[in-house]
Design a binder for this molecule. Sequence first.
Ligand SMILES: [Cu+2]
Length: 318
Amino acid sequence: MANQVDALYIYLLVVAGFMTALIFLTILVLAIKYRRVHGREAQQIEGSLILEITWSVIPFFVMLTFFIWGAVIYFRERTPPADATEVYVVAKQWMWKIEHAEGQSEINELHVPIGQNTKLIMTSQDVIHSFFVPAFRIKQDVLPGRYTTAWFKATKPGHYHLFCAEYCGTMHSGMGGDIVVMEPQEYAQWMAGTAVAPLRETGKQLFSALGCATCHRFDVQGRGPNLVGVYNKPVLLEDGRTVIADENYVRESILNPTAKIVNGFKPVMPTFQGLVSEEQLNALVAYVKSLAQPPPGTAGLQSQPATFPAQTEKMQVQ
Ligand SMILES: [Cu+2]
């Protein structure tokens, strides 16, 4: 996004510079032209409607260009491309813990290949932090108790500073790191360096270890909804509302199940607040997301409660 953000920034500077010059030059010229001259008398002049409309309407449209251009960039920055690779970020006093979907984890470092759209799914274990990479022109607050997201596509290999941009305690100034942008083949080597289980696999194990699988079944309708194909789809709730099952929804379903009850189900799911760490939560979320590859056309409001046709279930059975 850097080029786009900078272009807008330069445009703002140019417009502001032009207006400043215009105003001050006018003051100067008029001050000299109408300076006190012996024998000249001040006259009363009526206002000019045309002039007033002109100097209101033209700046209005100039301001609108700020707004529209800014909004376009904002929406681009807020909307990760669908093909983005997901990386989970857990901030804590005072470090950044990064988990790749493939299972690699690192501290205060994030390795990415050039040209890859990377979506960051971030949360904090304690206080508010902020993920700031000046070179990428991205800055996003990282909050305890929920996910916030940001995305970028690195275009040049190198090391880029990562800062915490929200004062978070004694060692705040030391809470930094490096985004390491590599050539794709270099990155593949780095990835292959350690053999680890993908995040969704860790999540799958937790799913049975924590007993989720006793209620959320894939073969028969259990006490909880079948989670296949739930992610990123609308869910009809008990109270008639419809919400999109995004990362925050899945997260909330695990930590605070009674906050949103799925239509047609009883609020029997226990809370896992305090029983799972942020990292385990991310793994569970990654697992639930990995279940969401329904055949096109089957998902949607009609298929509530979240049960899917038998063939979908078979495809996904463990
Ligand atoms: Cu911080």
